[in-house]
Design a protein around this ligand. Structure first.
Ligand code: CA
Length: 539
């Protein structure tokens, strides 16, 4: 994608000195500095341009004189307008830019971009756990659903005992995970938007990595009653491809341990009750075996966090290439993060497979605009101090680099927050950009593998699915060598292509999905909290 990594392969000695800049398109009047540590004032670039200022790594330099009010172009679009004259060779930072208004949601191109059909990619498989509903897990985990935060301590106590006393007897089960969250009581449960956290929690309980073994711990008096969280039939899973009811029967009782039940006398009665129920589920999970399944059974959620200016140059384009490979293999891929695609909405509605998909995308953007407005904010609240330190001036620039994770395939489906995936191919799953909330919602959609790109660095992980972390810069990959699973910084170094890193990621996914390889987050057991998106009021 970058058209100008501005040098040929160097000798190692020349490497440190060689000024490297990256311009994304011919239209751009800025480029970013790729060298570790940035470039000093006075450095002469290969084309003869002399730097006026010191420019930090990942930050932009003006390739030509940019006059006041003129657009500053990166990715071929205006990421801002110059607040004053900027001389060629100057550092172009966020204080020199005025951010453009968000594009309106009227008059967008609707399903106009007829991308060339990508050729099918056949013959790739992984070893997964086939579920009764047809979905496939990449891990074999017992999840204990909770209706309310009140039961978290008791459930955690029980889970520690289950891991110590029961799990060693069930070697085919990877883990026991308590689905702890902050919801369930003290919330306006009948508010229209309460549907978002409730369906999120319900759908997470049905994630393919949990094998359809749903059990729950309830307090008893909470607003989110078990029958509301998992109403009869909600886990009578329908395989939409076979249009057949192949899951549990609708009248099968939900397996709930209720702490306020009169039968419980003392704390240990509650703990032992949870353990007894868990044992039944563990026995069934333990009988499962991995089998060879086509790569089309992957359900991959992609997101980024701790982004820098390299995210959109190295890691995200490599993920985008891999997204195309997955779509070609018939798999499901979700991209998300509303505020990080809002400024590219015209690209996305154009790429929609049908007018209905484009309209659904616009509906989700409009819902989120209104949500932010209610809170007195807008999309510009997205960028972090770390993003800016990493060279991203504003959300427009960040969005252009974020969208490339979605590759080039037509967008065939749109999900509202917390909804379950309906179809294979490329799906836009509307979520906040917040790492844990996005991950939680992608889990609810049915993700069985997560890909996460980072430039500043984050030790992010989830207990329920493997998270493959991709570094945008070699410097980060070297320093965090036992946290990053793949280095896309080789693209900026000029030692690998986007295609090579994308294929590397694809092969790594099949290894991780098969359980042959653990991610670093799994190795160290680094797990972030589930964080439910609750746009409804709290009482
Ligand atoms: Ca994120």
């Amino acid at each position: 994608m970058p058209d100008a990594v501005s040098a040929a392969a160097p000798s190692p000695a020349a490497e440190a000195m060689r000024p490297l800049t990256i311009r994304m398109t011919d239209r751009d009047n800025v480029a970013i500095v790729a060298n570790d540590g940035g470039l000093a004032a006075g450095t002469v670039l290969p084309g003869g341009l002399r730097l006026v200022d010191r420019v930090p790594q990942g930050h932009k330099l003006a390739l030509v004189d940019i006059s006041a009010e003129a657009p500053v172009l990166r990715y071929g679009i205006a990421i801002g307008h110059a607040l004053k004259d900027i001389a060629a060779g100057s550092w172009v930072h966020e204080r020199l830019l005025r951010m453009p208004q968000a594009r309106g949601l009227e008059g967008l191109p609707i399903a106009t971009s007829r991308a060339a059909d990508l050729p099918p990619l056949e013959g790739h498989t992984f070893e997964g756990y086939r579920n009764a509903d047809g979905s496939v897990g990449t891990r074999n985990i017992l999840a204990i659903t909770q209706t309310v935060q009140c039961v978290a301590g008791v459930t955690d106590f029980a889970v520690q005992r289950i891991k110590a006393e029961l799990l060693p007897r069930f070697p085919n089960v990877d883990d026991v995970v308590a689905l702890e969250h902050g919801y369930g009581c003290g919330v306006a449960i009948d508010a229209p938007d309460a549907v978002v956290p409730i369906r999120t929690l319900r759908n997470i309980s049905l994630n393919p990595n949990f094998g359809g073994e749903v059990m729950a711990v309830s307090l008893g008096c909470e607003k989110l009653q078990p029958e509301r969280l998992l109403p009869p039939g909600s886990f009578a899973i329908v395989d939409e491809r076979n249009v057949a009811d192949v899951g549990k029967s609708a009248d099968e009782a939900l397996d709930v341990v209720c702490l306020q039940d009169d039968a419980h006398v003392g704390f240990m009665s509650m703990v032992e009750s949870i353990m007894r129920q868990a044992e039944e589920h563990l026995e069934r999970l333990n009988a499962r075996r991995r089998e060879t399944v086509p790569a089309s059974e992957l359900v991959v959620g992609v997101q980024c966090g701790g982004s820098d200016a390299f995210s959109g140059v190295t890691a995200n384009p490599a993920v985008g290439f891999c997204t195309d490979l997955l779509v070609r293999a018939g798999a499901s891929v979700m991209f998300s993060e509303v505020t990080e695609v809002r400024d590219g909405i015209d690209q996305l509605t154009a790429r929609a497979a049908t007018p209905e998909v484009a309209e659904a995308m616009i509906r989700e953007m409009a819902w989120y605009d209104a949500y932010l407005q209610r809170g007195g904010a807008d999309r510009s609240a997205n960028t972090t101090p770390g993003n800016k330190k990493g060279g991203l001036s504003n959300i427009v620039e960040k969005a252009m680099g974020s969208i490339v994770k979605s590759g080039t395939a037509p967008i065939s489906n749109v999900l509202a927050p917390g909804e379950k995936l309906k179809a294979k191919g490329l799906t836009y799953a509307a979520t906040p950009a917040s790492d844990f909330i996005c991950g939680t919602l992608q889990l609810a959609a049915g993700m069985n593998l997560h890909v996460f790109t980072t430039g500043r660095g984050t030790p992010y992980g989830l207990a329920a699915v493997p998270v493959i972390k991709v570094a945008t810069r070699s410097d980060l990959a070297k320093r965090w060598h036992d946290l990053m699973d793949l280095n896309a910084g080789t693209i900026a170094d000029g030692s690998a292509t986007i295609e090579e890193v994308g294929w590397g990621l694809f092969r790594l996914m099949l290894e991780v999905a098969s359980g042959r390889r653990k991610t670093w987050a799994e190795h160290w057991k680094l797990h972030n909290a589930l964080v439910l998106f609750n746009p409804a009021p709290v009482t």
